[in-house]
Design a protein around this ligand. Structure first.
Ligand code: AMP
Ligand code: MG
Length: 493
């Protein structure tokens, strides 16, 4: 790995230097070739294993933990910071630099009561989901590897520690800006410095002046909206959308008790500690805006309130636009760009509303009929819109309700010229395989019980090609068995 140290060198006072502590008997549990390529690495080797398990120093690494704060479940915590993630620096890759962080690398000045470690099950889950989301084309941080150990750690019972090697284009969170706003009231020096750095590193097309700041916040609103639209389209529930877990570049970030929907349920809550359902699946779009408002408050000293509000007001439309585009592709509804006669603005708005309604009605049907979200969408690869019977119909209990929906759907899709091509396109955007909680759980149990990581590797391989038929892996596309239904994860990771 070849590092540069822009954050470390330019943002003194925004982090604490801290060395990671080794984990004993380190071994690769997982390695992502795809993530490795991003930073110019090929295959894992022993030297790298020793470096990434903190047993040897990595040449060129700086080792630091960033300070930030954030709103957690609606309440402000004035100081959080990296309690168990230690950044080595920005590794230079063929297409840009990626922060390399050891998540679970040991205590830092921000650990509070925590031990600075990650348990194997949570490290494995973060590794798997990072790479699975990337393969689904959802903006996300990545995971180079997950390293197991025999270091004991205590949660509800004794477990073993592991490290996820996280790659992120940025570790800067909404909570960074909140920290320097709330802690340095009146003095905007550090806040401005952080905004300038963020723009220079991640929004290089913008200038570090008033006009640039305004446009920058607009782009943050847009990318956050797009990220959440992606989540809603693939049925992903993040679980802990605290502002300290929101990346400033709109990547899915900091995975805890996340889950993909099995049975579609708007009110699905994946986080055991989320008693009020604040971060329920269907709440995510609204929470994204709430979080952006907290960010806007922190930026108010350096960006005109009116400009912040104008940008916030673009959120909903941006989210709906992205969501509609993704869902139109999934259902095979014509995209606006493919209309042979371009619609007037008013007609397009009407069309959008109708399509949104059609999509919404489908999810209502899925929920009422207790159907699996991903598998139901995958069915569109077998639907022939030219015919009145359809593969989906057989899954429904409320057949009459479905028939009404399907009629409206057929009208909208129109006559399909080449059904094979149409169905192939549906299969190219509706995954056959997603990271169901029970699958991750099975892989974790194997490792816990006998150190056997073969299921983990198999799952990782499978999820790197989520849209491809993989006949020998058919079982992995199934809905969860009874024990794996509605698995709810705790935050004790
Ligand atoms: P999270 O909910 O994982 O995003 O974590 C919220 C905050 O708690 C962050 O500041 C983390 O760094 C910190 N934290 C979580 N787990 C630990 C741990 N085991 N040791 C120290 N800090 C932790
Ligand atoms: Mg976090």
């Amino acid at each position: 790995m070849q590092f540069k140290q822009d954050f470390f060198e330019q943002l003194v006072g925004f982090y604490s230097q801290v060395y990671p502590l080794p984990i004993s008997n380190p071994h690769w549990l997982g390695w992502s070739d795809d993530a490795a390529k991003l930073i110019g690495l090929q295959k894992p080797n022993d030297e790298l294993l020793m470096q990434l398990s903190a047993n040897y120093a990595a040449p060129g690494a700086s080792y630091y933990a960033q300070v930030y704060s954030g709103h957690q479940f609606g309440g402000y915590t004035p100081r959080l910071g990296d309690g168990r993630s230690i950044i080595l620096g920005e590794a230079i890759g063929p297409n840009g630099a990626w922060d390399v962080a050891l998540k679970g690398g040991g205590p830092t000045p921000y650990s509070r009561q925590g031990d600075g470690r990650a348990v194997m099950r949570s490290a494995v889950r973060e590794f798997l989901v990072s790479e699975a989301l990337a393969a689904l084309n959802v903006p996300t941080s990545r995971a180079l590897a997950v390293i197991g150990s025999d270091l004991p750690v205590w949660r509800e019972s004794q477990e073993t520690a592991a490290i996820t090697v996280r790659l992120a284009k940025s570790h800067i969170r909404f909570g960074h800006f909140e920290y320097f706003f709330h802690s340095e009231r009146g003095d905007t020096g550090k806040l401005t410095q952080l905004v300038n750095f963020t723009i220079q590193q991640h929004f290089p097309h913008l200038s570090a002046d008033a006009a640039g700041y305004k446009q920058w916040f607009h782009e943050v609103v847009q990318s956050t909206a797009k990220m959440i639209a992606h989540w809603q389209s693939v049925g992903f529930a993040h679980g802990v959308m605290n502002t300290d877990n929101m990346s400033i570049i709109g990547d899915t970030f900091d995975f805890g008790p996340f889950a993909f929907l099995d049975t579609f349920k708007e009110g699905f809550v994946c986080n055991h500690s989320d008693h009020e359902g604040r971060y329920a699946f269907g709440q995510q779009p609204a929470v994204g805006l709430w979080n952006l408002k907290r960010l806007a408050q922190a930026l108010a000293p350096i960006i005109e309130s009116n400009d912040l509000i104008v940008a916030l007001n673009t959120y909903q439309a941006a989210l709906v636009k992205q969501y509609l585009s993704l869902m139109r592709a999934k259902l095979g509804l014509p995209q606006p760009s493919s209309n042979s006669n371009i619609l007037s603005e008013a007609a397009q708005v009407k069309q959008d509303q109708q399509d949104l309604h059609l999509v919404g009605q489908l999810t209502v049907l899925l929920e009422a009929n207790q159907l699996d979200y991903s598998n139901s969408l995958r069915r569109f690869g077998q639907v022939d819109p030219n015919r009145s019977d359809s593969a989906l119909r057989n899954d429904m209990i409320d057949v009459a309700g479905f028939d009404t929906w399907y009629k409206a759907y057929q009208d909208r899709v129109g006559e399909v010229a080449d059904v094979d091509v149409w169905q192939g396109n549906r299969n190219g955007v509706n995954p056959k395989y997603i990271l169901r909680n029970y699958l991750a759980q099975e892989a974790i149990i194997d490792i816990e019980e006998s150190g056997d990581n073969r299921k983990l590797l198999q799952l990782q391989q499978l999820l790197s090609r989520p849209f491809d038929e993989q006949p020998e892996m058919e079982d992995f596309a199934k809905r969860p068995p009874e024990w794996g239904q509605g698995l709810i994860m705790s935050c004790s990771s």
